[in-house]
Design a protein around this ligand. Structure first.
Ligand SMILES: *Cc1c(COP(=O)(O)O)cnc(C)c1O
Length: 379
């Protein structure tokens, strides 16, 4: 890059690395997939917690010459009904990721404010903060991946926003309600507590929307990307008080929800769409339990965390080699070993039954070649 252009680039941006999204790491035609001799259509994508199947939708283009509604009422009303909140208490966004960004832009001052994260967790909280030159404080999870409330308490008065994630990505663990309450109380009148419920459909008993009435500092994030199988349309929701929603609407783009997105989202949220989603969640949960049992039977594998979402995290000293082997065989999973306390950990998304069988077959072949010990005895 020429010097003047480098000098012109904001100091905090110069130091940033682009987010290594699951897609960017293994985009079609990159070096890895070419060297493996696979093209992306033959590959099995188990790296982004996406749904293995897509549903069918119809799109009506008759008004595509017009700008869309900023907040399409049909979508807002349908999601409010689905989530059990008032329709003045939510904002539709370009995925939950935009929700994270809006909260930081509205409530953090570049160069002086900070947010708190509890790693290992979803990467975008820190990345969004860094993009806006906002500090990132950390209160790492306990070894069992529960919140370290004492560590969190040390940040009271020092951060504007606290990010929690339940079920947490990539550990698949639920935050107990008593811990959510403790954090809300610790930061009451001091900071916002964002509870990311991107995977809540897989752990629906743990949803905390009822707390929105009690805590004016609570924000809940939701998305259509995971259980609703719509990662490609980019649609998410921020649920919070009316006051917070009004503030977020000041910093949102003029037309955040494109008309085709609104049409598809409305269909996904009708009675039939919700039934389809629930059926898919049940099927994926059944598959997840069966993958869990299979992985657990290997002495070389330790399944980490929990099974509250649509993915599994596991550890093995052979994981760097296993990851390489799976990629060569066209099965793309997610390496989590760079995350805090997740050395040698890989994350797999539950796929279709055929994809899961392929994955487990490859893992079996791999450990037949690499394992020093045998399969754990069934007990
Ligand atoms: C996938 C994911 C998101 C992002 O969802 P989008 O709506 O696709 O932006 C947010 N939070 C967590 C924890 C996720 O895993």
């Amino acid at each position: 890059m020429s010097k003047w252009l480098n000098d012109l680039t904001n100091l905090h941006v110069r130091e940033l690395k682009p987010y290594e999204s699951a897609r960017r790491l293994f985009s079609a035609g990159d070096a890895t997939s070419n060297s493996a001799g696979n093209n992306s259509s033959q590959q099995i994508w188990l790296n982004a917690n996406e749904s293995p199947q897509a549903d069918q939708y119809t799109v009506n283009s008759s008004a595509f010459n017009r700008y869309p509604d900023c907040q399409p009422l049909e979508v807002i009303n349908a999601y409010a009904k689905y989530a059990g909140v008032n329709n003045k208490q939510l904002v539709a966004t370009r995925g939950a990721d935009e929700g994270i960004e809006l909260i930081i832009r509205a409530y953090c001052a570049p160069g002086s404010s900070s947010v708190l994260i509890c790693p290992p967790t979803y990467g975008m909280y820190a990345i969004s903060a860094q993009t806006f030159n906002v500090g990132v404080h950390k209160a790492p999870l306990n070894p069992d991946f529960s919140l370290d409330i004492d560590a969190i308490a040390e940040h009271v008065g020092k951060v504007n926003v606290v990010f929690l994630c339940s079920p947490n990505n990539p550990t698949g663990t639920r935050i107990k309600q008593s811990d959510v309450l403790k954090v809300l109380e610790l930061f009451s009148d001091k900071a916002l507590v964002v509870l990311d419920e991107a995977y809540i459909e897989f752990d629906i008993d743990a949803q905390q929307t009822a707390l929105l009435k009690r805590f004016s500092n609570l924000i809940i994030l939701r998305t259509l990307s995971k259980a609703f199988a719509l990662a490609g349309i980019r649609c998410g929701f921020v649920l919070s008080s009316q006051a917070i929603c009004t503030t977020l609407m000041k910093v949102i783009a003029p037309y955040p929800v494109p008309a085709p997105v609104a049409q598809v989202a409305a269909q996904a949220l009708n009675e039939n769409g919700i039934l389809t989603m629930r059926k898919r969640v049940e099927d994926l949960q059944t598959s997840l339990q069966s993958i869990f049992q299979t992985l657990h039977s290997y002495t070389d594998i330790t399944v980490c965390g929990d099974t509250k979402a649509n993915f599994l995290l596991f550890k093995s000293e052979h994981n760097p080699a296993l990851m390489q082997y799976l990629v060569q065989q066209g099965v793309i999973i997610r390496d989590q070993s760079k995350q805090l306390n997740l050395q040698n950990c890989l994350r797999i998304t539950v796929g279709s039954p055929v994809e899961n069988d392929k994955l487990l077959g490859l893992i079996d072949t791999f450990f037949q070649q690499h394992s020093t010990s045998s399969v754990r005895n069934a007990s």
